[in-house]
Design a protein around this ligand. Sequence first.
Ligand code: CA
Length: 232
Amino acid sequence: MSRILVVEDESAIAELISINLRHAGFEVTIAGDAEQAQVAVDGVLPSLVVLDWMLPGQSGQSLARQWRSQPRTRELPIIMLTARAEEADKVAGLDAGADDYLTKPFSANELLARIRAVLRRRAPDALDSAVDVGLLSINPATRRVTSQGKEVKIGATEFKLLHFLMTHPERVHSRTQLLDRVWGDHVFIEERTVDVHVKRLRESLSTVHCQHMIETVRGAGYRLTNPQAVTA
Ligand code: CA
């Protein structure tokens, strides 16, 4: 479910990182410079980017700044890599919008721990942890949705959609954002597709009387709310 983009021009390091990330269950794409990284992000929005500071051409720092300035990539989690352990570099990296910062050489375990910490904070949908909202529980590890012990029959796309909504509750998501974050594509799929899957999701949730948790926000998109929290 989680895609990580590794932007690193030193292919040996990029390979080493991706082997470890794949082993940990992540899907990995490698880009050798800022231009390739931008092409990758334009295609599919990753869950997180591991971004090397020193790249040929545009620097990682400048690329991070660029992503932070654009609405689509504003919240893209970024872990910056650098060869220098100087305090000034760390500050500059975090200033450019990186969520965390790692100095080479680092161990694979350290990188994985940092990635999980950033995802927990910024993109919990990229992790396999079970999530509860109100009476509804979703568990990506077992691929089950339940409410008060009753299992909800749900399709694969509806499962991903519900997981994203449950890990980002009470926020309005536009159809474009949902296509980006759930389908991984914002260009080639029609926005109406989202409506079709929301309808199916509500049908599934109606078997446990939770269909009202998915709200349509006119002119804006969809939001998952916890009706129990409102009445409590
Ligand atoms: Ca480099």
